[in-house]
Design a protein around this ligand. Sequence first.
Ligand SMILES: Nc1ncnc2c1ncn2[C@@H]1O[C@H](COP(=O)(O)OP(=O)(O)OP(=O)(O)O)[C@@H](O)[C@H]1O
Length: 345
Amino acid sequence: MYFYLGRSSLPKSCKFFSECKSPAVYQIPHSRLSLCRQHYLKNVEKRVKELIEKKHMFHPDRDEKLLVAASGGKDSQVLLSIIKKLYPVGLDVEALYIELGISQENYSQDSGIVARKFCEELNIPFHQLNVKDTYGFNIDDIHQLNAEVEDRKWKFDKDPMRGECSYCGTLKRYMINKFAFENGFTCVATGHNLTDETTQLMNNFFNMDLNFLAKSGPVADVHIPKLVPRVKPLFFISEEEIAMYAYFADIAHLGTECAYSTHVPNIQLKKALKEIEDYRRGNNLSLARRYHKIMQPVIEKAVHSDKSNDKLCSVCGFPTFGKKCKFCKTIAVLTDRFQQLKIEL
Ligand SMILES: Nc1ncnc2c1ncn2[C@@H]1O[C@H](COP(=O)(O)OP(=O)(O)OP(=O)(O)O)[C@@H](O)[C@H]1O
């Protein structure tokens, strides 16, 4: 079987230095290189390894402890598998799943089961945290709060309600970092891919959000006390390539999309970038590469992005730019609104 994917016709045999006579199964979108199954898997692993090494993300020879944020989706499942393949021994790797309480289509429960099972297969210690057990409410509750606020036509001018995805992102980022810091991890890896990153890049660009533009990249938060450095080893691998990797390597993952994420504006942006990619092949990869090489350093300098911020939140003691961190402010505001609207949790 091979994948044509609407591109120019796929040569019959693998083009891996003309050494391989196996049938080609997939053509790498940006380079048009047609490869057999085995060489395609190797090609992706090699590109991931190169980025890990170039950016000094982690290495078995250093005394490090890596935490992979595992969601059960294809990106983090592929990431777990590649890390274990590249570093079968010597690297201390564990995984963390955050149970967010998204019940539609059993999304959260199934995601946790898939992630846990795969970690057991790979022999990676697996941890799970539950948002509701920790903070008293979950994403379903926030969804209900949003609906009630809209029904009653309430307005909070100072701090308007945001979409579920925005709260979800704030909760996940905070909980993952807190767990990593308190358990001695030296690095957190997530499955963010090229498609996620270019979509976010364009979103930040359209908003002219220079602070976010300055921060974007495969490595983040290296010099901030109590913020464990975050790395994205799949930064230059597209969503399509990851889906193909998962298929050819037979990696189990949850195919369902979160029901709350289907209406976010970024979805339209992602579609637009895909259309551009269809007639300007390699656009996303060159956008990400050139942005980080040419423009990001200029923007970083212009906004004096303070990478050495050492302020700590007056409530939780984790990093912040103001007096209170965004997470503590969010928790306080939401707790207050659940009480005002008498929503049972
Ligand atoms: N519930 C979760 N628990 C732990 N980590 C998570 C969770 N959700 C997302 N992540 C981390 O954040 C990354 C990006 O998540 P996002 O929700 O954008 O999903 P995605 O791009 O579809 O990735 P995936 O295919 O891995 O779900 C994931 O790859 C994973 O590393």
